[in-house]
Design a protein around this ligand. Structure first.
Ligand SMILES: [Zn+2]
Length: 486
């Protein structure tokens, strides 16, 4: 292990990511076919997206809207006058024999995304954001005898986000992807479901001696279907390339894929054949003109972005950066938290409940925040009961569980479960007297200087009250009464 560590330290990791994001439009980019995931194979198709001769594409303005939104949210310069190009290649899932994409004039260029790495804010450059159509999906039979093609995905609008090689570790790659996903969800550009393919990622990774200006030979890694796997695959590549370089070898240019079963990367094809896609301007579409009014309307419609929200939670609610990061990672969670605070809860208390009980329950049940059985208002109601001392925090957690299971609110359940904490001093005074009378040994010990004996007396009262006595009040009353006996 120690040798691996020192070897790793001699090299710097350089990663660039290409992320494809499907836009959440109702219909495809050049025809009226639906885009819903999971439809029976080849049911969301028509002559246009199947590429029949003589058909013409009609651009979906909604897809352009979302692509501009993405480019603006990623701080890109917008090319207000741009065009579409044909990228020519043959593949069974591409019935036209070409993909309509953007070659030299993408919608957005020169943007950036900010991430927090070990408490430091870091900027990752974005080379370009361009709009294109998705291809279909080939499904290869496990026994290798045949392949089936589903064209439902053909023509679904897609943006490709290409990062600068600014990423310096597998962890930064994951943070960058989380930031992209979060921004896309906040701006309602895509649902970014990696398991459904609406967010896909390829990585270029190389190593170079620390301090070197030139990049090393890179490999491309594909087929990573979760953020965890992206990080894992890149960690494997760092290890593999480090071993090659440390032993004086050379990294070969190749495309590798992540094998989930073995948790390693394996070679797919070595020596990438030089692609010549013979790009040329798409003759069936006019140039895309984004006028100032259109662009300004989109700029004005963007919501507060995740990082701005995170910073605001730290300053406005005085939350720790960790809490702010967890709560703002997804906009539904942030909205839920803000609603709890708006309903009167203390921000840090609300944060503890949302990060602990709420997200814990939802994760265990595999539910989204929008499906939470406890509304923000009802959670605020429960927090109020605990804050007022009516029930203890421990009881509050039990009530929360019951709220999830029964759908009832906190006051109802507290009454039903007979949980009301006894804080009334006159009601507790009798119990204090009884405990003192029944436990002369503890009283004697306490008066003799053994402060621990107080705990035994408190315990008696908690037991006698079936846990309902407010321990703070009991403590105070006991001390007062015992002091009077001295
Ligand atoms: Zn169609």
């Amino acid at each position: 292990m120690s040798t691996t560590m020192s070897e790793t330290q001699q090299f710097e990791t350089v990663v660039g990511l290409e992320v494809h994001v499907e836009l959440q439009t109702n219909s495809k980019i050049f025809c009226g076919c639906k885009t819903n995931f999971g439809a029976p194979p080849n049911t969301n198709v028509c002559p246009i997206c199947l590429g029949h001769p003589g058909t013409l594409p009609v651009l979906n303005k909604g897809a352009v809207d979302l692509a501009i939104r993405a480019a603006v949210a990623l701080n890109c310069r917008i090319n207000q006058d741009c065009k579409f190009d044909r990228k020519n290649y043959f593949y069974p899932d591409l019935p036209k024999g070409y993909q309509i994409s953007q070659f030299d004039q993408p919608i957005g260029e020169h943007g950036y995304v900010e991430i927090d790495v070990n408490g430091e804010r870091k900027r990752i450059g974005i080379v370009r954001v361009h709009l294109e159509e998705d291809a279909g999906k080939s499904m290869h039979a496990a026994d290798g005898t045949h392949t089936l093609v589903d064209y439902n995905r053909t023509g679904v609008p897609l943006i490709e986000i290409v990062s600068e090689p600014d990423i310096r570790s597998p962890e930064e790659a994951r943070l960058y992807l989380e930031a992209i996903k979060s921004i896309m969800q906040y701006c309602e550009i895509s649902d970014c479901r990696m398991e459904e393919g609406s967010l896909r990622c390829d990585a270029n990774i190389s190593l170079r001696p620390v301090g070197a200006a030139e990049f090393g030979q890179k490999t491309e890694v594909k087929n990573m279907n979760s953020f965890r796997n992206v990080q894992k695959a890149l960690e494997c590549e760092v290890e593999r390339q480090t071993a090659i370089l440390a032993s004086g070898g050379r990294v070969t240019q190749e495309t590798r894929r992540f094998d989930e079963a073995t948790q390693t990367t394996v070679s797919m094809r070595s020596k990438e054949e030089a692609h010549d896609y013979r790009y040329f301007p798409e003759p069936d579409l006019v140039r895309l003109n984004i006028d100032d009014a259109w662009l300004n309307r989109i700029r004005a419609s963007l919501p507060e972005l995740p990082l701005q929200k995170r910073d605001r939670y730290v300053t406005e609610y005085q939350l720790p950066a960790y809490d702010a990061g967890v709560l703002t990672a997804d906009h539904a969670t942030a909205a839920y938290f803000e609603a709890v605070v708006a309903a009167g809860a203390d921000p840090k208390t609300a944060s503890n409940w949302v990060m602990g009980e709420v997200l814990g329950y939802l994760n265990a049940q595999n539910l989204e925040v929008s499906q939470s059985p406890v509304t923000a208002e009802r959670l605020a109601g429960l927090i109020r009961e605990v804050a007022s001392g009516k029930i203890s925090l421990k009881q509050g957690r039990e009530v929360f569980k019951a709220m999830c299971e029964t759908g009832k609110d906190a006051p109802t359940l507290i009454a039903e479960l007979g949980m009301e904490q006894i804080s009334d001093e006159s009601a507790l005074a009798a119990m204090v007297e009884e405990a003192i009378a029944n436990n002369p040994k503890s009283v004697e010990d306490y008066l003799g200087g053994k402060e621990k004996a107080l705990g035994a007396l408190v315990g008696q009262i908690m037991k006698a009250s079936k846990g309902k006595a407010n321990p703070g009040v009991v403590n105070k009353l006991l001390v007062e009464r015992l002091k009077a006996m001295q």
